[in-house]
Design a protein around this ligand. Structure first.
Ligand SMILES: [Zn+2]
Ligand SMILES: [Zn+2]
Length: 273
């Protein structure tokens, strides 16, 4: 029974962590940093990149550039450099594997590989308003594995400190060890849920029937919109990346931006009609 309760706590904690990662991805990395749909003020930038380090475990500048490349070549292949870095259709055609499955589960590895491409490294997709990398980026946020280890340690420590009393386990070396395992399970849930829901945007939302210029095979998936904070309206987003509000319904990312606006931390460039 205790192990079951501990497992439940670990899954809950992991889901909270994945939710924080999802908000960081949609609000900071995607709508703000990549597309400039709202003004990324200094406090938002600093909190956003720290959250990216501690919850998304990717380099914020690589995410921004790889995603801009996706918009430029959505589901298109021109040559070895100029192509969509994570099109499930292209991966299926060119590698002879299930590209949708690959993108759905392996977005971090795909982004990491795409970031080594020449055009990502030489600044082809940089924009005038992008902030230059600073000391924190070069010596801290440049190490996503360290971010994952810190978060894993935080989960394990929180479980080791709090769970024995909370669950009436008593403090023995065995129970402490069990709680550390619970913390690691929380990290596993966090990473798995984050990767699958992040992957859904680029796999399930690119199963459209027809090719649309500038959007590839992007489509709107209503249920996913609810589950991934508005991002499921992916066709709308491809056609209007300048909108901070992607979905008229179920857009938690937009709710967060409206709170930031009320706190006078940002302004929105273009209002959704
Ligand atoms: Zn897309
Ligand atoms: Zn986008």
């Amino acid at each position: 029974m205790t192990v079951l309760a501990l497992t439940g706590c670990a899954i809950f904690a992991g889901l909270v962590g994945a939710g924080l990662a999802g908000v960081t991805i949609t609000v900071f990395l995607h709508r703000g940093l990549t597309h400039g749909a709202y003004r990324v003020s200094r406090p938002i930038y600093d909190v956003g990149r720290l959250m990216t380090f501690l919850t998304v475990f990717m380099r914020h500048w690589e995410w921004r550039l790889v995603h801009r490349k996706h918009h430029l070549y959505s589901d298109l292949w021109i040559d070895d450099v100029r192509h969509d870095p994570h099109s499930p259709i292209l991966i299926s055609e060119r590698q002879g594997i299930d590209g949708f499955r690959r993108v759905a589960w392996h977005m971090a590895a795909i982004f990491h590989a795409a970031a080594r491409s020449r055009d990502i490294r030489d600044g082809t997709y940089e924009l005038a308003g992008d902030r230059a990398l600073d000391w924190f980026d070069r010596y801290g946020f440049n190490r996503p594995v360290v971010g994952a280890m810190l978060t894993g340690t935080a989960y394990a420590t929180a479980f080791a400190l709090g769970a024995p009393d909370l669950l009436g386990l008593g403090r023995t070396p065995g129970s402490e060890l069990l709680c550390v395992a619970g913390g690691l399970l929380a990290l596993g849930v966090h990473v798995t849920v984050m990767l699958r829901f992040g992957g859904a945007i680029n796999s399930d939302c690119h199963r459209g029937e027809e090719f649309v210029e500038g959007a590839g095979y992007a489509k709107n998936v209503g249920l996913l919109s609810f589950l991934i904070f508005g991002e499921g309206e992916h066709l709308t987003h491809h056609l209007h990346p300048e909108l901070a509000q992607i979905s008229a319904r179920w857009d938690l990312g937009w709710r967060v931006i409206t709170v930031l606006r009320r706190l006078r931390l940002t302004e929105v460039a273009v209002e959704r009609g």
